[in-house]
Design a protein around this ligand. Structure first.
Ligand code: SF4
Ligand code: FES
Length: 361
């Protein structure tokens, strides 16, 4: 096995609470209650342990991290111990006073997600206002646009929106199909024609906006021939802490059965990272089945995404079906064929009750 290095970044999921109900939410289907969340002192201890472990950056995320009243205290602590802090937010709970307090506490970057760019839509107007606040505060801004079948035709508008608000970077992220998004896959997976048009839009925009706006875009797994190195490989570069303090190699890992993920209540981050069974299970290449085990890309993509392999095949230890060499590739072929049929309705998450169906439009 190649040598295990320190993680680069900590994803601090400070809460699962969120005022939005995105049908592509990748949080676990079972959300943590507010009463189970780590308190301020526990999060500060976790940040200190992360710094000692070698982590350089902390990404405050959720849910909606601004739902935590102590977010300023957490950012201040990160700043005090020398961690670069980034806030990943929908902006729904952002206002000038809150942002000023976060900047004073040492916040260094904001990643603002928006759902759509329809002219006149509430989301577009709110997104513009939130982005203006961030720019006025002098912070670098990345826009994150989650794209899917229902909004991909407006990708060009999203690029113009990112330009208009002065973002330095736009991440165009296709929905990842695990968690809640998997239940909505038939409503969300783009058709092949949509995907080709979107790729052409990105390529033309990249040329036109070179030096002004950086656009990150990768082909979604369901249409790729080879998988991406999810999280840079299992437990190789990132560490994720759930709202209740579970230490995870990625934000979706709690969906995997048969794991005993460490808790910050019982184990140091150092112990969890280097010595826990859960972190070591899919590290390196020894665990890999064929065709990965003898594949020349095994230390490039690390066999793809364990959570996607589980979501599609029921076994997290199989080759990710996003790889065309996977023996389970037909599962993706069938999903792509489904995408050519009319979309199904969205299934919305309802906090505290059973999910309800709602029409797409
Ligand atoms: Fe990656 Fe495995 Fe596919 Fe090779 S066979 S490209 S290692 S997923
Ligand atoms: Fe968990 Fe890819 S999201 S390994």
């Amino acid at each position: 096995m190649s040598k295990i290095g320190a993680p680069l970044a900590l994803l601090a999921e400070v809460t699962h609470r969120c005022p939005l109900r995105c049908p592509y939410c990748s949080n676990p289907v079972e959300l943590e209650r507010a009463s189970a969340e780590l308190d301020t002192a526990a999060w500060q201890r976790v940040l200190t342990e992360a710094k000692a472990l070698g982590v350089l950056q902390v990404h405050f995320s959720g849910g909606e991290p601004l739902a935590r009243r102590d977010l300023v205290a957490l950012v201040a602590h990160a700043n005090c111990i020398g961690l670069y802090s980034n806030l990943i937010t929908s902006g729904v709970l952002l206002d000038k006073a809150r942002l000023d307090a976060l900047v004073a506490a040492g916040l260094e970057h904001v990643q603002l997600s928006f759902q759509d760019a329809e002219p006149g839509s509430a989301d577009r107007i709110a997104g513009l206002a939130d982005a203006a606040l961030v720019r006025e505060a002098g912070l670098p801004l990345t826009m994150n646009a989650v794209v899917h079948r229902q909004n991909l035709e407006r990708l060009g508008d999203m690029i113009e929106l990112a330009l208009a608000i002065g973002a330095q970077r736009l991440e165009v992220a296709h929905v990842q199909y695990y968690g809640w998004a998997l239940a909505n896959r038939r409503a969300l997976l783009p058709t092949f024609a949509q995907l080709e048009a979107a790729t052409a839009t990105v390529e033309a925009s990249r040329q036109r906006l070179a030096g002004v706006l950086t656009i990150d875009y990768v082909v979604p797994d369901y249409y790729a021939r080879r998988p991406k190195a999810c999280m840079g490989g299992w437990a190789r570069r990132f560490l994720n802490i759930s709202p209740a303090g579970k230490v995870l190699p990625c934000h979706a890992a709690e969906s995997l059965p048969g794991f005993d993920f460490p808790s910050v209540h019982e184990m140091s981050l150092e112990e969890a990272w280097y010595r826990s069974e859960a972190f070591n299970r899919y590290r390196g290449t020894e665990w890999m089945p064929e065709p990965c085990h003898s594949c020349e890309r095994r230390e490039i993509d690390w066999g793809g995404c364990r959570c996607q392999a589980f979501a599609l095949t029921g076994d997290a230890g199989r080759t990710d079906p996003a790889c065309a060499l996977s023996p389970d590739r037909d599962l993706l072929t069938a999903a792509r064929a489904d995408a050519e049929a009319p979309p199904s309705d969205f299934i919305y998450r309802q906090i505290g009750g059973m999910p309800a169906r709602a029409a797409v439009e």
